[in-house]
Design a protein. Structure first.
Length: 74
């Protein structure tokens, strides 16, 4: 996202995804940042085109607009 786009759209969030303690990827989301609900299943699209599904174990606020999403294998 360019600096100009960020200035026009002030709402964005970064999700850092971990599965069983292993970092999967980070993802920038524009607009409002809906937090996943603990206990629900969540699918993460990896950069190689595969998908990983896990159960939300915890969400941790790293900063005002960054969240660490901890997933557990199903």
């Amino acid at each position: 996202m360019t600096t100009q786009n960020r200035q026009r759209n002030q709402h964005f969030c970064i999700f850092d995804y971990y599965l069983d303690g292993v970092f999967l990827r980070w993802q920038e989301v524009e607009g409002e940042c809906p937090l996943p609900v603990v206990g629900e299943q969540w699918t993460v699209d990896l950069e190689d085109g595969t998908q990983v599904t896990g159960k939300i174990e915890e969400t941790i606020a790293v900063s005002e607009n960054e969240r660490r999403i901890l997933l557990r294998s199903c």
